[in-house]
Design a protein around this ligand. Structure first.
Ligand SMILES: [Zn+2]
Ligand SMILES: [Zn+2]
Length: 63
């Protein structure tokens, strides 16, 4: 863990401002049509059930 953090140039995919944020459900939630919270590495549903949470990217384009 690094205590050095630059607040000026930080490239993070976790931006608070995400106009287009597709709710990505894991395989388990998708199959059961559950509301996936999208937590990683394991979402709430998988975590509770002890299932291996797997996320399959819809498009190959990921930033
Ligand atoms: Zn899920
Ligand atoms: Zn899951």
């Amino acid at each position: 863990m690094s205590s050095q953090q630059n607040n000026s140039n930080t490239q993070q995919a976790d931006s608070p401002r995400a106009p287009r944020r597709t709710p990505m459900a894991c395989q388990f939630c998708r199959g059961r049509k559950l509301k996936c919270d999208g937590s990683r590495p394991s979402c709430g549903n998988c975590n509770r059930r002890g299932f291996p949470c797997e996320y399959t990217p819809v498009s190959a384009e990921q930033k």
